[in-house]
Write a protein that binds this ligand. Structure first.
Ligand SMILES: Cc1cc2nc3c(=O)[nH]c(=O)nc-3n(C[C@H](O)[C@H](O)[C@H](O)COP(=O)(O)OP(=O)(O)OC[C@H]3O[C@@H](n4cnc5c(N)ncnc54)[C@H](O)[C@@H]3O)c2cc1C
Length: 523
């Protein structure tokens, strides 16, 4: 006999936990089923190397979610459940092979001066870019944090902006077109594309938003949850449990239970099943979800969309326990930032798109993102020790097939460390206590929602964005099977730690249940 709940949630990433949290606050009895031993998906922390070293398994910086009403308006008061953010300064440091460097500080004047070291024009251009962008950011935010069709479209909103027509054009351009026009010096252009790389091919049409991402962190830094990235999902889990929700781990969902064409529950790989009185919410990747119910229930258009769904760009990560942070030499002395990285030129950024397409692994001059959270948050490591993560951008599909990663991952990880040591020579072998490596294939094995290694659910080109995510006609989180809703990175506004898909799904569901998110938050 299956256990009965109002809502059954399949998968416990930060998005589905956010959906569950709003539904639990509304008074619905929620059950969350997570396949892994701990909740959080790409937003969790663990002792990956040695006892006492708290590593972020995937994400570290929570930028996007700071624009979400969940945090912006403190709708669920997650601080009461242990969530607290740290805002590192400097924000990002990038040394270049010619010995120069560019540091982004939270102080705008100081950052403009860093750009002006390379070109006076570019110092002014950076200031102008952020000033202009901040007039349009509230409109972009409104679209990001509304379900598709629940508010005005971006083009409608831009009609209210004095430079709306200019922005309409800009946002349809590629990131490279924007940066090439704005900056004249190649260090400045490379910094904007690699601080860090936005996981979007910079030459693609409509990739312009990637060019503006560094401007978000100028004001907000790259916020770190105190104690580890997982502090967000731990707080959400505590919230759900405090509102009569149940969370079960080690529960892989492998089938949807359907009756008379309606989804009424789920079945797990261990033979258990759970029924949902009102709805099932999934954050299972759409590529796997369609195999969990009879094909005729999905409809031809949905199946065609899933069949042609493309994975996005992928990551390769190595986590280290160290006895020192990375140290970079600057004119002001030694600098140890939380975030640093390398993008040797704008040409390298453009070639990365080709490397992905052709399945080539670059180990000579890879773009890297180095994160040392323990500098700003000493609770992450034993006294005087550090956690260092080197994130590289490498394809899942190698010419030899993805399984080839198991043969080459140590070599690729070593090559990345060599690049870091070129800029930060202090991290010698004796400072490294342990390491773990996650290739794009490992990331998929760890979390099937990282389908084909893509930690953003899939690419975010025009065919998979906005009203097309996951596909036309189904962007409002309601799936073709009645009673089934989808959240997570395969839905609008896509991947990263924004919580957008999670809150947007809650908005739709609460409306379908005859109430609203505003009403629930007020209670
Ligand atoms: C190395 C790395 C670094 C990153 N760094 C950042 C960063 O600094 N900032 C940022 O914003 N983003 C970052 N990201 C991306 C970010 O982590 C993801 O986009 C985000 O976590 C996606 O969240 P989600 O809620 O959509 O799903 P996920 O986090 O993928 O969660 C899905 C959950 O569902 C579970 N699940 C899947 N299928 C089933 C099933 N059949 N049954 C039961 N459970 C199931 C999974 O185990 C998982 O817990 C990074 C990703 C990686 C890999």
């Amino acid at each position: 006999m299956a256990e009965q709940f109002d809502i059954v949630v399949a998968g416990a990433g930060h998005n589905s936990l956010i959906t569950a949290a709003y539904l639990a606050k509304a008074g619905y009895r929620c059950l969350v089923l997570e396949g892994r031993p701990i909740v959080g998906g790409g937003v969790k922390s663990a002792h990956l190397t040695l006892e006492g070293f708290v590593h972020d398994v995937c994400s570290s910086a929570h930028n996007g979610i700071h624009g979400n009403p969940l945090l912006r308006n403190d709708e669920l008061k997650l601080g009461d459940y242990g969530l607290e953010y740290i805002y590192p300064d400097p924000v990002f440091h990038m040394p270049f092979p010619d010995g120069s460097y560019l540091t982004q500080w939270r102080d705008l004047d100081r950052t403009c001066a860093e750009f002006a070291k390379f070109s006076k024009h570019d110092g002014s251009a950076y200031r102008r870019m952020i000033t202009e962008y901040e007039t349009v950011k509230p409109l972009l935010n409104a679209v990001t944090f509304s379900p598709v069709g629940f508010g005005k479209s971006l083009n409608e909103l831009l009609l209210t902006h004095p430079q709306g027509k200019i922005w309409q054009r800009r946002l349809a351009m590629s990131a490279w077109e924007i940066l090439k026009e704005t900056f004249e010096d190649d260090h400045c252009r490379a910094f904007m594309m690699g601080c860090p790389y936005a996981l979007q091919p910079v030459l693609d049409p409509a990739s312009a938003r990637a060019a503006y991402i560094p401007l978000h962190q100028q004001r907000e830094s790259r916020p770190l949850p105190k104690g580890g990235s997982g502090a967000l999902t731990v707080a959400l889990a505590r919230f759900i449990e405090a509102h009569q929700g149940t969370i079960l781990t080690n529960k892989w969902v492998n089938a949807l239970i359907t009756e008379n064409g309606r989804c009424v529950g789920v079945q797990c790989a261990d033979g258990t099943s759970y029924r949902a009185e009102k709805a099932v919410v999934s954050t299972i990747h759409i590529k796997q979800l369609v195999d969990m119910a009879p094909r005729e229930l999905w409809g031809e258009d949905f199946l065609e969309g899933v069949g042609t769904w493309e994975a996005g760009l992928t990551l390769f990560a190595t986590n280290y326990a160290t006895s020192e942070p990375p140290k970079y030499l600057t004119s002001g002395g030694v600098l140890s930032p939380v975030h640093s990285g390398f993008m040797i030129s704008s040409e390298r950024a453009m070639r990365m798109s080709y490397d992905y397409k052709s399945g080539s692994v670059n180990t000579l001059n890879p773009s890297l993102h180095v994160i040392c959270c323990s500098i700003a948050d000493p609770s992450r490591a034993p006294a005087g020790m550090h956690t260092v993560k080197i994130v590289a951008y490498q394809p899942y599909q190698l010419r030899e097939g993805p399984e080839h990663w198991d043969l080459i991952k140590q070599q690729v990880s070593d090559a990345n460390l060599k690049v870091l040591r070129h800029f930060s020579p202090n991290l010698t072998d004796d400072k490294i206590l342990a390491r773990t490596i996650e290739s794009p294939l490992d990331l998929e094995r760890m979390n099937p929602h990282n389908w084909h290694g893509s930690c953003h659910g899939g690419g975010s080109g025009p065919a998979q964005s906005g009203a097309m995510r996951p596909m036309a006609g189904y962007a409002q989180h309601r799936m073709p099977i009645a009673g089934l809703y989808q959240t997570g990175a395969t839905t609008h506004p896509g991947g990263s730690v924004t919580g957008g898909p999670g809150r947007n799904a809650a908005v739709v569901m609460l409306k379908d249940f005859g109430t609203s998110v505003e009403e629930v938050v007020k209670r």
